[in-house]
Design a protein around this ligand. Structure first.
Ligand code: ACO
Length: 325
């Protein structure tokens, strides 16, 4: 049976140049390198310069992904940009990227699912392509999450970083089996009863300010490992494959302990898990495409590999995707 699949034909990333180490943070916040490494695995993160906006980071990643795909922006029908830190409250940051790329047709919009944003954006674009509403799409995860941090709150300010990653999807035919190249499935979930576990204490409607990240860390941790392993198992079952078939797990990079705990639950050894949290921190919607770009760039992820993606974040919102590279 011939089916339409969204194939990933290009990938790119952009990281702001400013590296902030744990030692740098310890001069600003009551913390230590030892505490941060032990509890999170994070050693450093990139922080955007004051004049760098989310759209600047997104544009860097988008240009790199289009170059990798050998495509021009005129070949895209759609841009879906996942972010929690848009340049402005409106319009969508995606439209700024659209204009900067010189794309004057199609549609560009943002998706908000915090740290799960890239999976949500990928699912949206994949559905557009499989329904024939778009032939090619750019999916971007981009954040200047540092702008949401309360530097008086050591429990959150040490966790996050800035960056952007992007993939180009193009429609291609498959046989409807897990051997097909492309996005094999996406599974999305949210449970708004956990809204208060992780949120920004501001917003245009609530306070008229942007607000800062507030988090009940241990509760988020508890939900994360269970839900991520459940949604990965859901993806495996939907495709009739097992964890042993997965070449690479590319998880959202929030915390090394969450990543290890999830991999352990699935029986995946750590040498099949792509980890960048040590040098990126948690870049929210950007973390998966940044990690993918790194692992594709250094040759770990190759054509034909089965790659599992997962993420969870505020909402709570979470999801998984299974991709044949
Ligand atoms: N430096 C030093 N000490 C700290 C720091 C810090 N940066 N932050 C907290 N502490 C202290 C606390 O004050 C507390 O001190 P006390 O015992 O004297 O009261 C102690 O460390 C332990 O605090 P806990 O909150 O119990 O530490 P925990 O082991 O739970 O680690 C952490 C905290 C890392 C936030 C953990 O709960 C976690 O990773 N949760 C997952 C949340 C997450 O990753 N969120 C990201 C967004 S959601 C997502 O992307 C999945």
């Amino acid at each position: 049976m011939s089916v339409l699949r969204s194939q990933i034909v290009g990938i790119g990333s952009y990281l702001p140049p400013d590296v902030v180490t744990n030692e740098d943070l310890a001069r600003r916040v009551d913390t230590s390198d030892e505490w941060i490494v032990q509890r999170t695995g994070i050693r450093s993160r990139r922080i955007a310069a004051p004049d760098q906006k989310t759209s600047d980071l997104a544009l860097g990643a988008a240009r790199a992904a289009l170059l990798d795909a050998g495509m021009g922006a005129d070949e895209l029908d759609l841009i879906v940009l996942a972010t929690t830190t848009p340049d402005n409250t409106f319009p969508a940051t995606a439209t700024k990227v659209q204009a900067a790329l010189g794309m004057t047709h199609g549609a560009a919009f943002d998706v908000q699912a915090v740290c799960a944003g890239f999976i949500y954006a990928l699912a949206v674009a994949d559905n557009f392509i499989r329904l024939g509403q778009a032939r090619a799409a750019l999916v971007i995860g981009a954040e200047t999450f540092s702008r949401l941090l309360d530097w008086n709150d050591r429990t959150t300010s040490v966790l996050f970083g800035d960056g952007a990653g992007a993939v180009v999807l193009r429609g291609g035919t498959g046989e409807g089996t897990p051997a097909d190249r492309g996005v094999l499935s996406t599974h999305l979930h949210s449970d708004g009863r956990q809204y208060d576990l992780l949120y920004a204490d501001g917003g245009p409607s609530a306070t008229g300010t942007t607000g800062h990240v507030r988090m009940q860390g241990q509760e988020v941790f508890r939900h994360a490992v269970q839900r991520l392993s459940d949604v990965l198992n859901e993806a495996l079952a939907a495709n009739g494959v097992s964890a042993a078939d997965v070449d690479w797990l590319v998880p959202h990079q929030a915390n090394k302990r969450i990543i290890d705990g999830t991999a352990r639950k699935l029986g995946l050894s750590t040498d099949r898990v792509v980890t960048t949290v040590d040098h990126h921190g948690n870049t929210s919607a950007a973390s998966i495409p940044l990690a993918l770009a790194e692992a594709v760039g250094d040759g770990r992820i190759r054509r034909g590999h089965l790659v599992a993606l997962e993420a969870i974040g505020g909402g709570l919102a979470w999801g998984s995707a299974l991709v044949r590279w």
